[in-house]
Design a binder for this molecule. Sequence first.
Ligand code: NDP
Length: 334
Amino acid sequence: MTGTRAWHLKARPTGLPDMSHFELKPLDLPALGEGEVRVENRWLSVDPYMRGRMNDVKSYAPPFELGAPMQGGAVGTIVESHSPDLAVGDTVFHMMGWREQAVGPASAFTRAPAMGVEDFQWLGNLGLTGATAYFGLLRVAEAKPGDVVFVSAAAGAVGSAVVQIAKAKGMTVIGSAGGAEKCAWVRELGADAVVDYKAQPVVKGLMEALKAIGADGIDVYFDNVGGDHLDAAFAAARNGARFAICGMIEGYNAGPPPAFRYIMRVIAARITIKGFLYFDYLSEMPDFYRDMGGWIASGAVKSRETVRDGIEAAPQAFLDLFAGANVGKMLVRL
Ligand code: NDP
């Protein structure tokens, strides 16, 4: 047995979680069996969907078990290997985060392709959030050059990738984010207009943004937030608009919104609304690596990270996502 530390779920929250719902405890890891590897984690991902896993409800990802170690995306280095498939020193990404070390079959770990990028990119633009942006925009919403795209949480990990992919593909982009500093960064990423939803109602900001770029509506809405943002998108939709519903973070702690004022426009504007999960598109990952790798290499897609240090920082980093404390991808460095 080897000792490591892992965050465990201590209690199930109602509404916004706090530190009392998490506990950092020692975890005994077994000696390696045949085909197994030991990984020293170096980067942990914290993601909004993990809030859903803190509830005891059936969903696409199983709930975290009370009193058991939590899981999440991570990048690490193989430090011991009993498998011919992975060697000591290999960089891998996997789902046994929220802990310092992980042990498991080699098949649970993916060797990072040799693309000359920083390791944390496998949790960001070349990982779950970049793939979500790519498939959500191009496959789910079927966005094409010339479309007017509206994206919420545009200064976050998924949203900032959506803005840049849309620009790389010749679309016009309106991004919304909370606060002037975030909006300025979304502009820097290439957005044609921005909506600071903390300074004014989203629907008003979106209508003004459309006027500023001389467009009469949106063709695509990439939803990361739900609530008032989704309602504003209903109000602004052009005929035949497509909505990719990626996330609804506004409701993760508060529950669903009470009502939509503009939802009946779904009929008149013939809006297509489609929810999706990035892993529905795993068979198309080679396309994603080719395109995203090219955009990163050419500088068309850039990233920004908000980094917290030490395993102790993981739950607060996660909680801070709901306060908008991150610009770009929120990461924990071990
Ligand atoms: P982000 O990096 O975008 O971080 C979350 C951001 O959401 C915050 O920075 C904040 O930005 C915004 N936010 C938080 N609370 C609220 C609120 N109440 N109202 C409005 N905005 C809020 O996270 P990710 O990029 O990792 O995830 C973005 C979305 O994508 C989430 O909804 C997530 O669940 C979803 N997702 C879905 C996947 C799928 O397969 N469908 C896969 C991965 C993510 P601001 O300061 O601008 O408000």
